[in-house]
Design a protein around this ligand. Structure first.
Ligand code: SF4
Length: 174
């Protein structure tokens, strides 16, 4: 059995001893945050010492934090939002429609395709330019002290004027 600690993460399916906060403790913390007045909980796995689970890399499956967010929702009355590769519209819609979570949040999906929400809303799923979970353009640059970008969308952090002048998607006229 491998031991994992700070900056050492397990891959899916690996046998490992878990360090850090577990689900039992997380449920207690969720209730404490609710009692302290939090309006909602944006839930994922990972900490500052294991960031790869907060924004899961390429080898992690879609919606990899969903089961844990659904677990946390059983302990609170405030809305629970699930983050972490929730950019598959069908998985996310089904999770919210079932009532097992209240909403999803996406970050990198919007770097890869700023029109993600519009394309989901209009059911243009095949037009979405998906985040590939590479971290090369966003976190790698961030940790190198460079501007955030995206490996598949180099228009990130460019000016609004330059973005719209290069955007060919139909929603640019909105
Ligand atoms: S660089 Fe772009 S495609 Fe790669 S993980 Fe970051 S947002 Fe996703």
């Amino acid at each position: 059995m491998k031991g994992f600690g700070i900056d050492n993460g397990a891959l899916p399916g690996e046998n490992f001893e878990e360090f850090g906060r577990d689900l039992e403790e997380s449920a207690k913390i969720a209730k404490m945050l609710q009692d302290a007045g939090y309006d909602a909980l944006d839930s994922d796995n990972g900490t500052y010492e294991s960031w790869y689970f907060a924004h899961p890399p390429v080898y992690m499956p879609k919606a990899c934090n969903l089961a844990d967010a659904q677990y946390i929702k059983k302990f609170v009355d405030i809305p629970v939002i699930c983050a972490g590769k929730m950019d598959d519209p069908e998985i996310s819609a089904e999770a919210v429609a079932s009532g097992s979570i209240d909403a999803i949040s996406v970050g990198r999906a919007l770097l890869a395709d700023p029109e993600w929400a519009n394309k989901v809303q209009t059911r243009h799923y095949d037009d979405i330019r998906p985040c590939i979970g590479c971290h090369a353009g966003c976190l790698e640059r961030f940790f190198s002290g460079k501007d955030t970008s995206c490996a598949i969308n180099t228009m990130v952090c460019e000016t609004t004027e330059r973005y719209w002048s290069n955007c060919s998607y139909e929603h640019r006229s909105r």
